[in-house]
Design a protein. Structure first.
Length: 103
């Protein structure tokens, strides 16, 4: 989120660029940009909605603070449970289910 300080810094940068420009069109464009950043700074400064409180720290439950490391054994056990619950324990991954059995 842009702050008043950010906008004022940008306005100063564009004003410096305008003062250093040798081309009158470039200088005029840089001054307009400086004016625009200044206007935005004033708008943010006077807008009550832009004055936000600093964000509060979000705390996570201890069990979510660090990702759980899943080893190969856990993955195999989870797959076995899923196959059992989905009644897929009779099927092999290499062979499609028998389509001749009654459903």
């Amino acid at each position: 989120m842009l702050t008043v300080e950010d906008c004022r810094r940008k306005a100063r940068e564009w004003l410096c660029a305008a003062n250093e420009a040798t081309d009158p069109n470039t200088a005029a464009s840089s001054r307009r940009l400086s004016d625009t950043w200044t206007a935005l700074a004033l708008q943010i400064e006077h807008d009550p909605c832009s004055r936000q409180q600093p964000p509060t720290a979000v705390t996570r439950p201890v069990d979510l603070a660090e990702p759980r490391k899943i080893g190969n054994t856990d993955t195999v056990q989870a797959a076995d449970v899923l196959r059992e619950r989905l009644q897929l324990s009779d099927f092999s991954m290499d062979e499609p289910p028998d389509s001749t059995s009654g459903s």
